[in-house]
Design a protein around this ligand. Sequence first.
Ligand code: NAG
Length: 215
Amino acid sequence: MRIFLFNGFLLLSFVVAPVPDVSVDSSECAETMDQKPLSNTCCYITANSVLEARCSVLKSHKIPLHLNPDIRVLNITWTQIRILSNNSLHPYKKLKFIYLRYNFFHIIKEAAFANQPYLQVLDLRNNFCEILSKSLFQLPYLHTLYLGHNQLYDSVFKVNATSPLKILQLSNNKLSVIPNIGLQPTLLNLDLFNNRIISISTENLAPFCSLKSSI
Ligand SMILES: *[C@@H]1O[C@H](CO)[C@@H](O)[C@H](O)[C@H]1NC(C)=O
């Protein structure tokens, strides 16, 4: 039952995510854009005193480097950016939420998140990632990691994850075993839907001692 509920939640978030998930009047974004046309299609939104930069359909193949360095949310969708390099996020040191759905990311370089000590949520769904940075799993506040619909193989998860993960979403990848990422006492939701996993042993699940739902 839980599985279906969780699956339903994911399905819902899949449909709802492209629409602003904070209560924001989209004209506010357009208005800010008029005042400060930083790049073709980036604009700022402030919701609950949290500053978000929202960019979509950028012509450039890089993450814009001249946004307000105080942004806490970076939301970039529908671009053709392929590589998140060591310096891509360098100017933004206060990010708590990074949403990068529906892009063309293939490679996440090792130090891409090195200056992101406050990162809590990373959404990389619907990309083409084959390689992830291992240091991503060492971030001190990262609790939610959405990696569904990528090209991730087992080798990506040869890592001891020390981030306090609560949600790890890995559906629609190329995994053949349950990732062995060390003891995960905080993990509540593990989603492995639509991978290549044929068998599961209790040993595989033992490190995930707090799981409430898994697929
Ligand atoms: C990116 O960072 C990693 C880890 O610090 C380093 O090994 C690599 O050489 C860097 N890559 C570039 C292109 O600077």
